[in-house]
Write a new protein. Structure first.
Length: 592
């Protein structure tokens, strides 16, 4: 039995906290300062956490290694199990050219690039975040926007800023599932609080996107569809996360936002020619304050987005740009005009292009039927005493991690796998080819797999050895100021790691420990870590690299950072004020 300690170093909380932060400092310095590969930083931080647990906290070597092993297993299942299967489906749509059909379908919905930004970057990007996350929405949406004729800088900025509101529930709720796991808080409670914070971002982001695309003119002309889309998204995300399922929150929100957008008459109004020319060629006038300086129109040089090679990954914990489906036009004419020159796709092929996403929605919805959900949990969930691990807290109570729960079928990744098998049949992918695509997905994710498993292993070692609790008790000295600082900590974690899941794993238990010591709500601070984290996604080096690679702007990460940083910081301030309000009588009525 190992008993967690708060002050193992010289009986001093301050010195113990300083030692406990070493693994985190090493990871942050390697990622943000030295700029090493994410998997190298994760493995180095894991080694440091194990040494601190063993030498500083007196945790037996066997229990230290067992803690790391459990974290790695949790990183593989359910987290990467979801990501691999979701990106496998995407690869199959690329291989069969149905991704092209989907892109053309979006282009025909509206010829207004401001509406196209909402459809592709916000709604479809949210759906991709729901299904895969981990950088896939930025890569795929920026490619699709360039294919629709956006200049590369504008496409990258729009895709980055749009990838905010859905992040906390991305990859079938993986960030909040991880947060609940490492904090030992009920998933429904954590998801409910997050679902009362991030929907407020959804009200703002669509308006911000049309402003980024076309400045004040964009806001003046398209504020109605942007606002309607944001309200529908926010209401659906709130309702699903609080009353349905965290795994379905982003799917419901993306579909509701898209449906509301289609229903607004403004959506189908032809865009003025000067708007298309200004937005799609990168030329700005004084009123069309887009995100970048004048940029060359049309496709970036190099391989066109969308070859049958599928998706490649950059060795971090996020997928890199897809080398994606069929070459779009390289014409400098407005994209929507080029799209309309193409022969219409057969309706049956359009339906097949949408089928994989429809199948995921249907399968997940059916799996949430209470009777079926309870039956699946009861019959396919296995519980094990984790070997070589028996940890108790300072009060002598066994921690929850001593037991490992394995939901074999009811977990999101297995449901996505079932949808993938059905999608292969609908898309006409031979079984042998589908298996080869799945194996290729795993191979290309190999460094991402190493990164995620090492970060989760690090988090488990820190949590189970007591390092996170020590830091939490020390940070609690901030008192009521913690409510303001909690989103900042999550934002910083995501900015460095590129993943809300990783930031929740690293800082979730710390937030809860600090909340207990300061008298604040543990659920509120844990949720604030995730909600603040979503705003660090757009400035993370991994996502910036993904966006640049996707649109052919290699080496321009600094340019993109300068364009998105003010929006990231401004929205973070808003989230900090929301959390402060929810921690006080001003907005505490918002909490469950």
């Amino acid at each position: 039995m190992y008993v967690q300690q708060l002050e193992p170093v010289a009986a001093s909380l301050g010195l113990s906290a300083l030692v406990a932060t070493l693994p985190l400092l090493i990871v942050l310095i390697l990622l943000g300062g030295v700029r090493t590969k994410a998997h190298v930083a994760g493995l180095t931080g894991l080694l440091a956490a194990c040494l601190v647990a063993w030498l500083g906290y007196g945790m037996p070597v066997g229990q230290t290694l067992s803690s790391a092993a459990q974290g790695a297993v949790f990183g593989l299942f359910p987290i990467l199990w979801i990501v691999v299967n979701a990106l496998w489906i995407y690869r199959m749509t690329v291989r069969t050219r149905h991704f092209d059909i989907l892109r053309r379908s979006f282009g025909r919905l509206s010829d207004d690039p401001r509406i196209q930004a909402l459809v592709v970057a916000f709604c479809f990007g949210a759906l991709l975040e729901a299904l895969a996350g981990f950088g896939a929405p930025v890569a795929i949406c920026s490619v699709m926007l360039v294919a629709l004729g956006f200049d590369p800088v504008r496409a990258a900025v729009v895709a980055l800023v749009a990838n905010t509101a859905p992040v906390a529930f991305g990859a079938m709720g993986t960030p909040v599932v991880t947060l609940a796991q490492v904090t030992e808080l009920p998933l429904d409670t954590v998801a409910s609080v997050v679902g009362r914070q991030t929907p407020l971002l959804a009200l703002v982001v669509p308006l911000l996107l049309v402003g980024l695309v076309d400045g004040r003119r964009g806001l003046r002309d398209t504020w109605v569809p942007a606002l309607v889309c944001g309200i529908a998204f926010a209401v659906a995300q709130f309702a699903a996360s609080n009353y349905l399922s965290a795994q379905l929150a982003d799917i419901c929100a993306a579909l509701a936002g898209a449906g509301a957008l289609v229903a607004v008459p403004h959506t189908r109004r032809p865009a003025p020619a000067d708007v298309r020319a200004a937005v799609l060629t990168g030329v700005r006038d004084e009123d069309a304050g887009g995100p970048g300086e004048s940029e060359p129109a049309g496709e970036p040089e190099g391989k066109a987005p969308g070859t049958s090679d599928g998706t490649t990954f950059d060795g971090t914990d996020s997928p890199s740009a897809p080398t994606a489906p069929s070459a779009p036009t390289t014409s400098t004419a407005p994209a929507t005009l080029a799209v309309r020159e193409e022969s219409p796709d057969q309706r049956s092929e359009v339906l097949r292009a949408y089928a994989p996403y429809a199948l995921i929605v249907v399968i997940f919805s059916v799996a949430q039927i209470p009777a079926l959900k309870d039956w699946l949990v009861r019959t396919t969930t296995k519980t094990y005493d984790w070997p070589f691990l028996y940890v108790v807290d300072q009060d002598g109570k066994p921690v929850g991690a001593n037991v490992f729960t394995w939901p074999i079928v009811s977990t999101g990744g297995t449901l996505v796998l079932i949808a993938g098998v059905c999608s292969a049949a609908v898309l006409g992918v031979h079984a042998r080819v589908a298996v080869r695509e799945w194996a290729a997905t795993v191979y290309e994710l190999r460094f991402a797999i190493l990164t995620v498993t090492s970060v989760l292993a690090l988090a488990y070692v820190m949590n189970l050895s007591g390092q996170a609790a020590t830091i939490g008790h020390y940070v609690a000295a901030a008192g009521a100021g913690l409510a303001f600082l909690s989103p900042v900590l999550g934002w910083f974690g995501v900015a460095v790691s590129g993943s809300d899941t990783s930031a929740n794993a690293l800082f979730g238990a710390l937030q809860v420990s600090a909340a207990h010591e300061s008298g604040l709500s543990p659920e509120l601070l844990a949720a604030a870590n995730s909600s603040g984290g979503v705003l660090g996604k757009m400035i993370s080096p991994q996502n910036l690299t993904i966006a640049c690679a996707a649109v052919g702007l290699e080496g321009r990460e600094g340019d993109l950072l300068r364009k998105v940083l003010p929006w990231s910081a401004g929205l973070l301030l808003v989230m900090c004020l929301i959390v402060v309000g929810q921690s006080s009588p001003v907005l505490d009525w918002m909490l469950p």
